[in-house]
Design a protein around this ligand. Sequence first.
Ligand SMILES: C[S@@+](CC[C@H](N)C(=O)[O-])C[C@H]1O[C@@H](n2cnc3c(N)ncnc32)[C@H](O)[C@@H]1O
Length: 218
Amino acid sequence: MTDILPEETERFVRAALPEADETLKAMEERGEGFPTVGREVGQFLRLLAHAVDAERIFEFGSGFGYSAYWFADALPEDGEIVLTEYDADELREAREFLESAGFADRAVFENGDAMDAIERHDGPFDVVLIDHNKDGYPEALEAVRDKVAPGGVVVADNAMVSGIQDFDAILAALEGDDPELDEDSRGIAEYLLTMREDETFETSVVPLGEGIAVSYRR
Ligand SMILES: C[S@@+](CC[C@H](N)C(=O)[O-])C[C@H]1O[C@@H](n2cnc3c(N)ncnc32)[C@H](O)[C@@H]1O
């Protein structure tokens, strides 16, 4: 897999982050080998949620709640984050972790397909994280687009790499070629191309973690 940042730069970014609390340490231990967004992106997500004064957040793909932990920390007590996850055991763990951090009352847990869950929740959302099946990113964007508050942000994880997508093919598609793309790479490439052309959003790919595309809703 392509390295996004040189090792030394990654160490530098990590070293400048605040200390992890006990819940975060336990989550990171649990997360070994699991594709969480990672601490650098987690901190950035919390910063984004604070920057837009987020009150409502929706996640496509929550796993055991690692990214949701960061978001929930930025919400006011009466804020809301909707977690979605196919895997009931992971979602139960998410509930337990958020309970131990004191954030469970801000969380709504949706077990099943995120694409069904988004239909059950009206907007507006101040922050949306797209981090579920990579071939589903374009469809998720269409489902949530009109529910993103003006001034809100959509963040797509794995904008650059993951264990299952083809970095070179996605880059070629962004540069105007017509490469052969597997389904996951196509999902990411289509998502980035759509966001690039969409004048209601302003997008930057930020090379933290596995790369996040951050799109501001004008
Ligand atoms: C990359 S992990 C999410 C990580 C999480 N955002 C974090 O940072 O900890 C993706 C998760 O999405 C779940 N998933 C994939 N497609 C989904 C779908 N359509 N609906 C609900 N969950 C889905 C997978 O089971 C997996 O746990």
